[in-house]
Design a protein around this ligand. Sequence first.
Ligand SMILES: Nc1ncnc2c1ncn2[C@@H]1O[C@H](COP(=O)(O)OP(=O)(O)OP(=O)(O)O)[C@@H](O)[C@H]1O
Ligand SMILES: [Mg+2]
Length: 296
Amino acid sequence: MGRTFSFFNQKGGVGKTTSVINVATVIAGLGKKVLLIDLDSQGNATSGVGIEKNENESTAYQLLVENTDPKASIKKTAIENLWIIPSNAHLAGAEMHLINQEKREFILKEQLKKVSNDYDYIFLDCPPSLGLISINALTSSGYIIIPLQCEYYALEGLGQLLNTYQLVKKNLSQDLELGGVILTMADVRTNLTQQVIEEVRNYFKEKAFQSVIPRSVKLSEAPSFGKPAVIYDPHNRGSVAYMELGKEFLVRFGSDEDRRIFSATEKTVAPEVIQGAQSAEATPAAEPAQTTQANS
Ligand SMILES: Nc1ncnc2c1ncn2[C@@H]1O[C@H](COP(=O)(O)OP(=O)(O)OP(=O)(O)O)[C@@H](O)[C@H]1O
Ligand SMILES: [Mg+2]
């Protein structure tokens, strides 16, 4: 549980999936075994790492609703050290089934016990809601990671989010901790973004990660190539920021050795590390030539 992280914000479109995919890939690239679980019926994390949303396959739905062995749903991605439990539109009906189940808030937690020793990190991509699936994610996790979009309304809805976190912690899972806040889609040239960053840092103090993720076209177009941006275009500012974040993540949550290695060394994770994590089959035929320092 200590190594399981819910990327959670009930607000839609704040960068949960983009963050979880890229952080998971960076950490896998740095040699950790990572399991990503797509808990959103949109299946964006699934397609974002190049796995097809196949209607007939065993997915997070089977895991939650049919209580099938999680190992039956785990798929290897083309990225070394990264596995995924995919999702598809079926998951939209899961909440209805979960309501009638016994210990409905802990189904995922029980299921993950069967596989958690096989991975260094488990990352959960939560849906934009406060429903039972999100509650299952939170009770399975040691930490909640909150992506926050740098916009005027960034802090709106945060009260509700933190309230949910406190309720889950008090009533269902005392071990749950706030692991960190990721500032996403920052346009650092604007005063507004600077104000939001300042406000969030004042509020969350050291819980806010130092690496701020800028707005980047490359981050938003990578999913259409079925690749995390850190592989699709490792040199753009968005990818570099996620590489920094991945390192920061290991400094915060990793072993003493990780802390020693990743807190001191060079400024960025070498893009080669991430590219090295990619096996040959990850390259779709239609991929355009990579541009370095392109639009970011
Ligand atoms: N730093 C960024 N720069 C530009 N576009 C971004 C950035 N981060 C995310 N996006 C884009 O913004 C949209 C929302 O991002 P994402 O899907 O990661 O958010 P989400 O919180 O998972 O959304 P949902 O709540 O729908 O699951 C996507 O189209 C994504 O490609
Ligand atoms: Mg998402």
